[in-house]
Design a binder for this molecule. Structure first.
Ligand SMILES: [Zn+2]
Length: 121
C-alpha cells in the first residue's frame, strides 16, 4: 500500500475519475458505473457486490455529517425546532444522493489501492 498516493486517490474519487490514469470517467451517465476505464482499461468493480463498499462510505460520511450538524444546530436555541428537524431531514435525504457517485468512486480508488482490481468473480 502506497500511503503517499492517498491524497491523489481521494481527489480522483471525489471527482469520479479513474484512480490509475487520473482522467477516465468512472460513470457512464447518471448513476451507471462503467465496467472499465475507457482510457487505461482498469476494471472498476470487477466482482459483484463491490458496490456495497461505496454505499458503506456514503452511509458513514452521511452519519458523520448529521452528527456534526446535530451537535452544532441542536445546541443553538435560536433555531426553531421544526426548522432544525426539516433541515436535518432534508440533509439526511439529499446528501447521500449527491454523494453517491463520489462514494462509489472512492471505493473504486480503495480497491485500486488494495490491488483488488484485477480479479473477477
Ligand atoms: Zn483509467
Amino acid at each position: 500500500m502506497n500511503i503517499t498516493a492517498l491524497p491523489a486517490l481521494a481527489l480522483d474519487g471525489l471527482l469520479c475519475r479513474c484512480p490509475r490514469c487520473h482522467s477516465g470517467p468512472i460513470f457512464a451517465r447518471g448513476f451507471t458505473i462503467r465496467e472499465a476505464c475507457v482510457i487505461c482499461g482498469l476494471l472498476f468493480e470487477s466482482a459483484s457486490g463491490e458496490a456495497t463498499g461505496g454505499m458503506g462510505i456514503n452511509i458513514v460520511i452521511t452519519l458523520l455529517l448529521v452528527i456534526i450538524a446535530a451537535g452544532i444546530g441542536g445546541f443553538n436555541t435560536a433555531i426553531p425546532l421544526p426548522v432544525f428537524f426539516a433541515v436535518m431531514g432534508a440533509v439526511t435525504i439529499i446528501f447521500p444522493i449527491l454523494f453517491y457517485k463520489p462514494s462509489r468512486s472512492l471505493w473504486v480508488g480503495f480497491l485500486y489501492l488494495m490491488g483488488d482490481h484485477a480479479e473477477g468473480d
